[in-house]
Design a protein around this ligand. Structure first.
Ligand SMILES: C[S@@+](CC[C@H](N)C(=O)[O-])C[C@H]1O[C@@H](n2cnc3c(N)ncnc32)[C@H](O)[C@@H]1O
Length: 239
């Protein structure tokens, strides 16, 4: 079922304004952890070519473009925000490397592929934007073949001493840094901290792990990175 207009408007409004300038601020604001988190996510996939991968919430295609460079890997890169996909398209054609990548505008809440289409499904920074987290996870699981891997990445709230540093980063550094860049980045900088905190209160790690199992995944694992500020989760779809 498609999300209500209001729910879809939040990411579209946020990301349309930063699409052409997304990549380097994402690196800086993540304290240069952004690529490292992507690498860990990709290392969880067991892909033997030829293989088809769905990258949902691909944004400017940072992960999809890396994957599509591998021989025999075909990538469907999906996102709800057209300007992000246009930027992914521009980046894909910039360095002239041969890649098999399709860019598709859609919502994760209604994935436009038949069941069991993909050998792997990944999504990054997605679930905070959807109206129904369990329904979205079920939807993404349905297009994965049994035995395939699903892996996700999102921000998380660190514990202990790191929590106080994280609060300074999200309450002050991000809004201020964003404001220095542009009005669109100021909105994103002010949005992120509360969005991450609220999501992690509603969906703490053990509850998310349970949800993955309820969606038909086994061997579900999670790894916290960068003092707990990022969370990678993965599992294998049961046969
Ligand atoms: C922070 S960006 C992440 C982009 C990319 N995955 C990365 O790691 O750099 C989050 C992306 O999620 C997309 N998004 C948000 N809600 C979505 C939905 N319901 N369906 C598909 N994409 C969505 C936004 O448009 C945005 O491009």
């Amino acid at each position: 079922m498609p999300p209500s207009a209001n729910v879809a408007d939040v990411p579209r409004t946020l990301f349309a304004g930063i699409a052409t300038s997304y990549d380097w601020p994402a690196q800086v604001f993540s304290l240069f952890q952004y690529r490292r988190w992507h690498r860990l996510l990709l290392s969880r996939l067991q892909l033997s070519p030829p293989a088809r991968v769905l990258d949902m919430a691909t944004g400017t295609g940072a992960v999809a473009l890396q994957l599509a460079q591998r021989p025999g890997i075909e990538v469907a890169a999906c996102d709800i925000t057209r300007p992000m996909l246009l930027q992914a398209k521009a980046l894909a054609s910039r360095d002239g490397q041969p890649r098999t990548i399709d860019l598709i505008e859609c919502t994760a809440e209604a994935v436009p592929f038949p069941d069991t289409t993909f050998d792997a499904v990944i999504f990054t920074y997605l679930l905070r934007y959807v109206s129904d987290v369990p329904a979205t996870l079920h939807e993404l699981a349905s297009v994965l073949r049994p035995g395939g891997t699903m892996a996700s990445l999102d921000f998380a709230v660190p514990g202990g001493l790191a929590y106080h540093l994280w609060r300074v980063h999200t309450d002050a550094v991000l809004p201020l840094g964003g404001a220095l860049l542009s009005p669109a980045w100021r909105r994103v900088g002010g949005f992120l901290g509360p969005s991450i905190r609220q999501f992690c209160q509603r969906w703490p790690q053990p509850r998310l792990l349970d949800l993955w199992r309820q969606c038909g995944f086994r061997d579900v694992r999670a790894k916290r990175l960068s003092l707990g500020g990022a969370l990678v989760m993965w599992g294998t779809k049961s046969k």
